[in-house]
Write a protein that binds this ligand. Structure first.
Ligand SMILES: Cc1cc2nc3c(=O)[nH]c(=O)nc-3n(C[C@H](O)[C@H](O)[C@H](O)COP(=O)(O)OP(=O)(O)OC[C@H]3O[C@@H](n4cnc5c(N)ncnc54)[C@H](O)[C@@H]3O)c2cc1C
Length: 394
């Protein structure tokens, strides 16, 4: 029977629930809003399958034997399509390549309640919904079981998600030649409960349900990211994702990450996806100019399988070999987990009692100087003068 400190280390992938032959494990949301296993000891037959499939317990099994360690700066040549993605638009090209081969793609979409969930599909219009980073933990539900049955039909599958989710899928499926994996560089995943509360709060404030949310709208380009909220009553609200939107600010500081994110095993040394994609925040001015500030990714080609598929999309991307230092310089979460936020416990203690905006505001760390800078940035964004101030106010 699976047994470790779930609250601290469980990734919430549901592998134990999905594999259990007697349905002795169910998954429930804890007080913080994260999925955790609950075990019915009477139903457990001690077969040990849950231990075998758990990504937390199988780090060694999950390690890639041959790693290529080739980093590239990379972006999709089609500029209009690239604008629909969070960074360089690598995901949709990989997905298209897999679908053209008769395969399926698994990734994260907003469902009709705007909850982040993983789905498996071979329909391009569904794959379109996977574009864009959703800064909340996605529920893998039973996708791993569906992937297994598609692989059993001899078809190929591309799984995309956070590094721990890739580890979960690889723990469950083991040595699958037809499985391709792409992980995003990940700083941490936010609590679905916090997202629900924030969503409810802005819906009330705007007298309308939300229709869509983009955390990384490229309204004024890739940098700075803009969070766009589209309401059913036609209202559209846009704010700078990390400097002025309250949910984005709390997320960036790690105020409501899952606890396992503060202790993530699946950082650089243990990356095991075929391809890892993130934002190339360290790109120099010339490269940024070349991309028209419409997005650029840093890509790690990690395995031979990753290299094979990356070579197949060659004519659709512009790429250049780079060194890891240029990526890590502005993206420390490639190599290490963020430290636990000092006010995390306080924030979650009040999660059910305080208004979400008040609770986030009370607990984020922000100097007066930083607040002032953020206010100036927001005014500049609203008055379309951001380009003029961006190099003065960092
Ligand atoms: C929670 C999260 C944290 C991130 N943190 C960083 C970071 O610290 N530094 C950095 O450089 N990059 C980070 N990224 C990655 C970055 O934002 C882009 O997702 C990545 O560069 C891929 O860009 P793209 O243009 O190729 O993909 P897009 O075309 O935008 O496609 C988005 C891809 O992300 C997947 N995805 C979206 N939301 C989720 C989710 N909630 N859970 C799992 N998978 C999801 C989709 O399945 C799809 O494959 C993060 C992404 C997420 C989802």
């Amino acid at each position: 029977m699976i047994d470790f400190n779930f609250e601290k280390n469980c990734y919430g992938c549901r592998n134990c629930e999905n594999i259990c032959p007697t349905k002795a494990i169910r998954i429930e949301e804890n007080k913080e809003g994260f999925l955790m296993p609950v075990i019915d000891e009477e139903k457990c037959i001690k077969c040990g399958m849950c231990n075998k499939k758990c990504p937390f317990l199988n780090l060694e099994v999950n390690k890639e034997k041959i790693r290529l360690n080739k980093w590239y700066s990379c972006y999709m040549k089609d500029e209009e399509k690239r604008k629909e993605s969070s960074s360089g638009g690598i995901f949709p090209i990989l997905a298209e390549c897999i679908i053209e081969k008769g395969g399926h793609v698994c990734g994260c979409v907003w469902n009709d309640k705007l909850e982040a969930v993983h789905v498996v599909t071979n329909k391009p219009e569904e794959v379109n919904k996977m574009k864009g980073s959703k800064y909340v933990q996605s529920d893998l539900n039973e996708t791993v079981v569906k992937i297994k049955s598609i692989l059993n039909e001899g078809k190929i599958v591309l799984f995309t998600g956070t590094p721990c989710q890739v580890a979960a899928v690889k723990s469950y499926l083991v040595e699958e030649q037809n499985l391709y994996t792409m992980a995003v560089i990940c700083e941490g995943v936010a609590s679905p409960k916090v997202w629900r509360k924030y969503k409810g709060y802005i819906e009330e404030k705007n007298h309308s349900k939300l229709k869509d949310v983009k955390f990384r709208s490229k309204d004024i380009g890739w940098e700075p990211p803009v969070m766009k909220q589209i309401f059913k009553n036609g209202k559209i609200k846009s704010q700078l994702t990390y400097s002025t939107n309250i949910y984005g600010k709390g997320y960036l500081q790690g105020l409501y990450y899952r606890k396992s994110c503060n202790n993530c095993q699946y950082k650089y040394d243990n990356y095991n996806a075929d391809i890892i994609v993130g934002d190339f925040w360290g790109a120099d001015k010339e490269l940024l100019k070349e991309t028209n500030n419409n997005g650029i990714s840093a890509i790690l080609i990690n395995t031979l399988k990753g290299e094979k598929i990356f070579n197949e999309i060659n004519n659709k991307v512009t790429k250049k070999l780079i060194d890891i230092e240029s990526v890590v310089k502005n993206n420390k979460m490639v190599i290490k987990s963020n430290k636990k936020h000092k006010n995390r416990d306080n924030f979650f203690r009040n999660i059910d009692d305080l208004n979400i905006e008040v609770n986030i505001n009370k607990n984020i760390n922000m100097s007066k100087q930083k607040q002032l800078k953020n206010a100036i940035k927001e005014i500049a964004y609203k008055t379309k003068t951001y380009d003029l101030i961006k190099n003065i106010i960092k």
